[in-house]
Design a protein. Structure first.
Length: 526
């Protein structure tokens, strides 16, 4: 697929732009580029309306642009003294009264100071072609991006997918529908239909304000979109609960190897009951709560991907014994999470609704048995589950990963048992190792992480656990449809493209059965 590429090259490697609330903004938002193009046009001689016709095409695009930006670091803070804008103060000869301090922390670009904005082009009509030609001319009028001191030059062209792969820099991809009321300040502003007209009206209001000092409200004719780099994991939301013995203040323990699936099933049933009781629609209950993309009377299961609740029993990780080593124990807590970015509203609903819900085993449901409730859900502080949500470079499983496919389709193990020479055995073992490695990296991608993270991670696996207290991998219960696939305890050290260690936050759960707590990782915190 071709893309329309707008590139901006700074004349210096420093950038000073801020977002709507005065915080540092990186990468510069698509709206900022839109405004820079409009400002460049306005500095030329001619009718702005005719010269800015290409921007109308840009604001009507339904796809958000991908951004390829240089790597950056925070520069040294310094203070500038600028004339105050408060016109109500009396004129004074005292210089200190006429100036106000303005702290500045520039963003320093570590690579070539060029940024690219890529709008996908599924097809190009004659009308589109004329608009793109106009827009290409308009982009060349850009003189700065950021503050006035951030001088820059612009260019634009239609490029192929092959050319996109050669562009240097970090890939920032849009994450639609992930900006909520609590995260709005973190989103980048993107132009929408009507942005150009609204900017024109705002400029006319500015010219007509006279000498009165009027603060302009934030510009709102735009959309806020969350962007993340390819190396960034999705921002996963979760709600955590303690499993309490009814009528007491004690937590109820469950054996992880034997009862983890039972806990996950009870939590799923409790969430379903809460959703029905609060009047949630059938689609939400069927897809997001139960994880079924098909209707209830359909024969074939349809996956809904990671856009659903995952029910994760959490074994305790505590210091025990001589030397106070960390040991994995029974499950006394559980987490309800979504293993992809966004979905904050759904998780917040669960966090409000589920405390006090009863966990009821399958065999006790609907029997009228007074003792059918085995545990009650109670909200738990994040400090109790820090190993599952903290940031760490290295993570290891507390429940085994079920591989997303056969690890031995060519029957290497059977051929090893027949007795072959050492060289042949070595080749067979290498083939088996490579097959497991490929499947584990596939499981990482299926769990919502980027291909870059999967390809560069250092992965270890074995049947015995990496955490003290974990059982042998084959002793954990798995659903019937997954019993034919091998399972292993896994340790992952996350690395970037240059093999530098990088910290990721949890929860992390991969492989088959990840929506019931299989393949759950805990952070090896420092």
């Amino acid at each position: 697929m071709n893309s329309f590429c707008v590139s901006i090259r700074w004349l210096d490697n420093r950038y000073h732009g801020q977002n709507a609330i005065g915080e540092k903004e990186w990468p510069p938002s698509p709206l900022r580029v839109f405004q820079a193009v409009l400002a460049g046009i306005g500095s030329q001689v001619g009718e702005v309306e005719k010269m800015s016709a290409g921007l109308l095409w840009l604001e009507n695009q339904t796809s958000f642009p991908t951004i390829i930006a240089p790597r950056v670091e925070e520069g040294r803070r310094f203070v500038r003294y600028v004339p105050t804008n408060d016109s109500n103060k009396k004129r004074t000869r005292n210089r200190q009264d006429r100036l106000t301090d303005k702290p500045v922390v520039p963003t320093i670009m570590l690579d070539h100071p060029v940024i690219y904005y890529l709008w996908p082009l599924e097809s190009i009509t004659d009308k589109d072609r004329r608009s793109l030609e106009l827009l290409t001319q308009e982009v060349r009028h850009v003189s700065s991006l950021g503050w006035g001191v951030d001088m820059a030059v612009g260019n634009a062209s239609v490029i192929t997918a092959k050319q996109v792969k050669t562009l240097p820099g970090e890939r920032w991809r849009p994450m639609p529908n992930t900006v909520t009321e609590g995260t709005a300040d973190k989103g980048l502003r993107v132009p929408i239909s009507g942005t150009l007209a609204a900017l024109g009206s705002r400029y006319k209001e500015f010219l007509g304000r006279g000498e009165a000092e009027v603060d302009s409200p934030p510009f709102t004719v735009c959309e806020k979109v969350q962007y993340c780099r390819a190396i960034d994991p999705p921002n996963r939301h979760f709600a955590a609960f303690s499993l309490m013995v009814p009528g007491t203040t004690r937590e109820r323990p469950f054996d992880m190897a034997k009862k983890a699936l039972t806990v996950a099933g009870m939590l799923r049933h409790a969430t379903t009951c809460a959703a029905e009781r609060t009047g949630q629609d059938e689609e939400f209950i069927n897809q997001f709560v139960r994880g079924h993309g098909e209707s209830l009377d359909a024969d074939k299961h349809i996956s809904v991907g990671n856009s659903r609740f995952a029910y994760l029993p959490l074994p305790s990780i505590e210091f025990r014994g001589v030397g106070q080593a960390l040991v994995v124990g029974s499950a006394r807590r559980a987490m309800l999470a979504v293993l992809e970015g966004g979905c904050e509203y759904e998780v917040k609903w669960a966090e409000r609704t589920l405390p006090g819900q009863a966990l009821i085993p399958d065999e006790k449901r609907g029997t009228g048995d007074k003792c059918k409730t085995v545990a009650l859900l109670s909200k738990v502080s994040e400090s109790k589950i820090v190993h599952y949500i903290g940031a760490s470079v290295t993570w290891a499983t507390v429940t085994p990963v079920v591989l997303p496919g056969y690890d031995d389709p060519a029957h290497y193990r059977r051929r090893l048992k027949r007795g072959t020479n050492s060289e042949a055995q070595q080749r067979l073992l290498e083939h088996l190792h490579d097959r497991i490695d490929v499947l584990l990296r596939k499981a990482i991608v299926q769990a919502g992480f980027s291909r870059m993270l999967a390809d560069n991670a250092t992965i270890e696996w074995r049947k015995a656990g990496f955490w003290r207290g974990t059982e042998f991998a084959d002793r954990y219960g798995v659903p019937d449809h997954l019993k034919r696939f091998s399972r292993y305890h896994v340790r992952i050290t996350w690395r970037d493209e240059k093999q530098r260690p990088m910290e990721l936050r949890g929860p992390i759960c991969i492989g088959g059965g990840r929506f019931y707590g299989l393949g759950l990782f805990a952070a090896e915190l420092r």
